[in-house]
Design a protein around this ligand. Structure first.
Ligand code: AMP
Length: 189
């Protein structure tokens, strides 16, 4: 598996976090999740956390300005020099442009954009189950619908952007996490 700078794209609940966790274990690179960083900021009560909380709870997107800043800071850390698995960033055209520009400046382009495809009904079920288990305040039926809409409107178009760069490898995200991991292994193979 030669890809080391990997972006996982897919709707909320597609299993991006689960698959990213497996990949980072396998590749020995950091898992860069803006959602996780934002949740940490909210718990810690930082300035960023205070600004982000209400937006996250409503299932909407935190501003590009905030997210680009935290993603760039994270990707600039030495442990990302050997690669990373990006999960949940970029989510808008502006974020994708900022990421492209940053990676170009460093001559470290993305190797691959893994696009997880799933059935939306299944995704909603997964999210509701996760809401029960993890008690995430942004996983209610209403916010799940909002997050799906935001994904369709703002994030799904990024697939075309990365397709144009020849980076997209589509992977069927249905089935057990092990099955999906197997397909990702083949896609990266
Ligand atoms: P996630 O864990 O990736 O599903 O992210 C949880 C929430 O954090 C999202 O619903 C957004 O409110 C916010 N968030 C995470 N990443 C981003 C991003 N790249 N751009 C804007 N908001 C984000």
């Amino acid at each position: 598996m030669s890809a080391r700078r990997i972006l996982i794209l897919g709707p909320p609940g597609a299993g991006k976090g689960t698959q990213a966790a497996r990949l980072v274990e396998e590749l020995g690179v950091p898992h860069v999740s803006t959602g996780e960083m934002l949740r940490t900021a909210v718990s810690a009560g930082t300035e960023v956390g205070k600004r982000a909380k209400a937006v996250m709870d409503a299932g909407r997107l935190v501003s590009d300005e905030i997210v680009i800043e935290i993603a760039e800071a994270r990707l600039g850390k030495p442990d990302c020099a050997g690669g990373f698995v990006l999960d949940g960033f970029p989510r808008t055209a502006g974020q994708a442009q900022a990421l492209d520009a940053m990676l170009e400046r460093r001559s470290t382009p993305l190797d691959c954009c893994l696009a997880l495809t799933v059935d939306v009904e299944t995704v909603v079920e997964r999210l509701l189950k996760r809401a029960e288990i993890e008690g995430r305040s942004d996983d209610t039926a209403e916010t799940i619908r909002e997050r799906m809409k935001v994904y369709e409107d703002q994030t799904a178009p990024l697939l075309e952007h990365y397709r144009g760069m020849g980076l997209v490898r589509e992977v069927d995200g249905m089935g057990s996490p092990g099955d999906v991991a197997g397909r990702i292994g083949e896609a990266l193979g």
